[in-house]
Design a protein around this ligand. Structure first.
Ligand code: SF4
Length: 402
């Protein structure tokens, strides 16, 4: 049967979907800021002064986040990092130095961060004999080529940098090059730039100490600063010495796996022993560092975990105030004496409780431990009596339990 098309008077005509859509109020399409954020690219200029490159090696091993993931722009909410590093960059010569010059001249399209590894030597001392201590690139002055000291690069780049980060104890506190004798006049970034220094974003020098530093401590700090620069996170908390407070707020000792031995007064007599290492020179109780909690690389290793004592390498007084290394800190005499004394009582009592807690209640009722692995001694009558009173004490004041 043939059908006729439905005839609709103009006033009865339904609006088309397009018309309805056009007329309907609707919000602006949402613009997402993830993962790129407001900053697409951040340059990182890595300068090396009196350094052994250990900081670079430590950072190359970082995993949380890794350098390569930042370089690839693969970390959500992070800008892509363009790293200008004298060892890791593929460019060389003029091509490599060009970006440093552009940053100095304020001609880079994107913000930049300066990272300095190693301490800053007094270049005036070297200049007296026509030399230099640490330099990057060459420039021609009055027809003469001259190596540009990295200290000079720091002076040029620091005012325009979004942040200046000192990595490693040499850059943060002067470290080994600034130790007693210090013929180069080596100093830290704080000492070189002074207390009034502020980056273009208003930050004093950020310090991530350690010899070598934990790569993940540095990368986590960089990530936190980048989030702040992105406007996606608060300014990370730094302590009065510019250290990331959440990483350096506690002593090594508080996180150390050997602290239980210290508390019970058991101390290693030589390397390889499992007990607390304070009597063979560990400074952990007074050193701000998170090496035992975080590990050296990928949560593995770390001084005390690997059997080594803490020599205070993250501290401003390192190395002079911690040497001679491998000798018991004088203050430890007092605290270890106290721990040994209390340990005399605490250890046997804990062993007793541990023995009791290692039994099924059924074994108490049957009077035997059905183990095929070995004979488990039954508690003696005095031990049973002690446990009885301990149990009474444990339930003292608790209603509804025996
Ligand atoms: Fe503390 Fe060092 Fe002993 Fe660890 S080894 S418990 S850090 S004193």
């Amino acid at each position: 049967m043939a059908t006729e098309a439905l005839q609709v008077a103009p006033e009865q005509r339904l609006e088309s979907t397009a018309e309805v859509f056009e007329r309907a109020p609707r919000p602006e399409p949402e613009t997402t800021t993830l993962p790129g954020g407001p900053l697409k690219i951040v340059h990182v200029f890595w300068l090396a002064g009196m350094s052994c490159d250990g900081c670079t090696i430590a950072v190359a091993g970082a995993t949380n986040p890794s350098v390569e993931s930042l370089l690839a722009g693969a970390v959500p909410a992070m800008p892509k990092v363009l790293l200008h590093h004298p060892v890791l960059s593929v460019e060389a010569g003029r091509e490599f130095v060009r970006n440093f010059e552009l940053a100095w001249q304020g001609k880079l399209a994107d913000p930049y961060v300066v990272v300095y590894e190693g301490s800053i030597a007094d270049e005036r001392i070297a200049a007296k004999t026509g030399g230099y201590w640490a330099a990057l690139g060459v420039e021609t002055v009055d027809g003469q080529d001259r190596p540009v000291p990295t200290a000079e690069w720091l002076e040029r780049l620091a005012p325009g940098a979004a942040a200046v980060i000192a990595i490693g104890t040499c850059a943060t506190w002067g470290g080994v090059p600034a130790a007693y004798g210090n013929v180069t006049g080596a100093m830290s970034l704080m000492d070189f730039l002074g207390a009034d220094y502020r980056s273009a974003f208003g930050l004093p020098v950020i310090n991530v100490p350690g010899c070598a530093p934990i790569g993940d401590n540095f990368m986590e700090t960089v990530a936190a600063v980048l989030l702040f620069l992105q406007g996606l996170g608060p300014l990370p908390e730094f302590d009065e010495l510019g250290r990331p407070a959440w990483l350096f707020g506690q002593t090594v000792h508080r996180g150390c796996g050997r602290a239980g031995y210290y508390e019970e007064g058991e101390f290693a007599a030589e390397y390889g022993d499992k007990e607390c290492l304070v009597k063979i020179g560990c400074w952990g109780p007074v050193v701000n560092c998170n090496i035992v909690e975080r590990g050296a690389i990928n949560h593995m290793g770390g001084c005390m975990k690997a059997g080594g004592v803490c020599i205070g390498c993250t501290m401003p007084g390192f190395p002079d105030r911690f040497s001679p290394f491998y000798k018991m800190p004088p203050g430890a005499n007092l605290s270890t004496m106290g721990a040994k004394f209390t340990g005399l009582f605490i250890r046997p009592l804990r062993r007793l409780t541990q023995q009791f807690q290692s039994r099924e209640t059924r074994w108490d009722r049957t009077g035997a431990v059905p183990s095929g692995w070995g004979h488990v001694a039954e508690p003696t009558p005095p031990q049973k009596a002690l446990h009885y009173f301990y149990e009474r004490w444990r339930h003292w004041g608790v209603k509804g339990q025996r």
